[in-house]
Design a protein around this ligand. Structure first.
Ligand code: IDP
Ligand code: MG
Length: 140
């Protein structure tokens, strides 16, 4: 498979505990290259738009509150099979179900405050990358 890009977020629970470097170490050890990265604070409108697919889920309001509660680090990751690879490195949504050594198993506080976001398909990766970055920001 060719080189692929995916979108990643280090979530507010992880930035609050100063874990950006430790999360990045797991991404890099897993074979992904961080080709764009910026720290920012999402507005409520931005978080609602980013998670729009979940707007009818019972946890939506709480998720938006959490994602706006502190800084995030938005990233573009590049590597072979990057979308699937990043999902493997992150682990299952619920840390209780995440495999040993995954970001969520090692760092997550709860199913909501689960330290990382990763795109679930190449199509969504392209949409999510474009939500946060311009082409000029991404240096492969
Ligand atoms: P994913 O992040 O593993 O792709 P999604 O189902 O897309 O999981 O959910 C998006 C985010 O919403 C999760 O990462 C987590 O922060 C939050 N979330 C998902 N399910 C629940 C839940 O049952 N309760 C609270 N928060 C949840
Ligand atoms: Mg998802």
């Amino acid at each position: 498979m060719a080189l692929e890009r995916t979108f990643s977020i280090i979530k507010p629970d992880a930035t609050r505990r100063n874990l950006t470097g430790k999360v990045n170490a797991l991404l890099e050890a897993g074979g992904l290259r961080i080709v764009a990265q910026k720290r920012l604070r999402l507005s409520t409108a931005q978080a609602e738009a980013f998670y729009g697919v979940h707007k009818d889920r019972p946890f939506f309001r709480s998720l938006v509150d959490f994602m706006t509660s502190g800084p995030i680090v938005a990233q573009v990751l590049e590597g072979e099979n990057a979308v699937a690879r990043n999902r493997e490195i992150m682990g299952a949504t619920n840390p209780a179900n995440a495999a040993e050594g995954t970001i969520r198993k090692v760092f997550a506080e709860s199913i909501e405050a689960n330290s990382a976001h990763g795109s679930d398909s190449a199509e969504n990766a392209a949409i999510e990358i474009a939500f946060f970055f311009s082409g000029i920001d991404i240096v492969g």
